[in-house]
Design a protein around this ligand. Structure first.
Ligand SMILES: NC(=O)c1ccc[n+]([C@@H]2O[C@H](COP(=O)([O-])OP(=O)(O)OC[C@H]3O[C@@H](n4cnc5c(N)ncnc54)[C@H](O)[C@@H]3O)[C@@H](O)[C@H]2O)c1
Length: 296
């Protein structure tokens, strides 16, 4: 049985653990948190898993590593130094990082050619996408193997041609979120209404077609050029930017709308997971395996 070592038993690591286990991998989880055994017992019910605070020991028999530790470059550098020293030289070391450059994580690392970003969307066990981002030192073999593993997990791996901070998904999300914060700060709309507006429009649209395809269709038979010269020509307004000094107001409004703490988290996560599971199959996920090169 192939062995995956998951580094970090937080939100993302636990979800990766379920996913790899369901796909038939032997799962080892490493995390220094003192409550590791309790977290594993609570979150990974029925999942056979070895859990330890000893990263070197957890990495030793790995065939693939999926790192999901803290989003801090100095910690990632340290974790990847240990991983490089305790894994075979054919083992891919993939980081779940949301925005850090693979070249930064691989700096000074003797296994730089094996380091790649495998960035999921939360929760990885449900969201189809994994962004595969190579740094300049990442080998083609590493990228190919990462893509192969994510396909085995029924994910849609998309390779970026080169690294850029935030990759693609989070760059788009950053622009989108900033405008949402701005609209709330300006008193244009409440938090819940904005969420409903997105679910009922852009969210549903982008679950079926992407923004470029939407541009083609929005222009009718004359396509995106027509949309740009017609509706698009009037969209010349400035959109503004959120005020970082006023983010407290946004957080207050979000907490007022949705609550905080364990029970609010569990309720919201269950709602999201139920809706996502229900939508995946009708929307065609998982997609049938593409012929190599077709989806890049
Ligand atoms: N939360 C998200 O929505 C999301 C989505 C995609 C990717 N990511 C990325 O996934 C990674 C993990 O994020 P998260 O949200 O699960 O964080 P998290 O804070 O929930 O979990 C991080 C875990 O790492 C552990 N840890 C600390 N030091 C460690 C070490 N030296 N070795 C091993 N584990 C260690 C912590 O104890 C904690 O359990 C980050 O790089 C993040 O950018 C997060």
């Amino acid at each position: 049985m192939a062995v995956v070592t998951i580094v970090g038993a937080g939100v993302i690591g636990i979800s990766w653990a379920r996913l790899f286990s369901e796909a038939g991998w032997e799962v080892r989880v490493s995390d220094p948190r003192p409550d590791l055994k309790e977290v594993v017992a609570r979150e990974l019910v029925g999942v056979p898993v070895t859990a330890t605070d000893d990263l070197a020991a957890a990495a030793t028999r790995a065939d693939f590593v999926q790192e999901a530790g803290p989003e801090r470059i100095e910690i990632k550098e340290q974790m990847f130094a240990t991983l490089a020293a305790h894994t075979r030289d054919d083992v891919v070391l993939a980081s779940s990082s949301s925005s850090l450059l693979p070249s930064a994580i691989a700096q000074r690392n003797p296994a730089a050619e094996r380091i790649v970003i495998g960035h999921p969307f939360n929760p990885p066990e449900l969201m189809p996408l994994v962004e595969v981002v190579p740094g300049p030192q990442t080998s083609a073999r590493t990228v190919d193997r990462a893509v192969e593993v994510y396909r085995e997990l029924d994910k849609l791996p998309i390779r970026l041609k080169k690294e850029i901070p935030g990759f693609v998904g989070n760059r788009l999300q950053k622009v989108f979120n900033d405008q949402a914060f701005y609209l709330v700060q300006q008193g244009v709309i409440d938090v819940k209404d904005l969420d409903d507006l997105v679910r009922a429009s852009l969210g549903l649209r982008y679950a079926t077609i992407g923004p470029f395809e939407s541009g083609v269709l929005g222009g009718g038979p004359e396509g995106m050029r027509h949309l740009a010269s017609h509706v698009g020509s009037q969209m010349t307004f400035e959109i503004g930017k959120s005020d970082p000094a006023r983010m407290g107001e946004v957080f207050d409004a979000v907490e007022h709308a949705y609550g905080t703490g364990g029970s609010a988290y569990e309720r919201l996560a269950a709602l999201r997971d139920g809706r996502t599971r229900a939508a995946l199959k009708p929307l065609g996920w998982p997609e049938p395996a593409a012929v190599d090169g077709e989806d890049e």
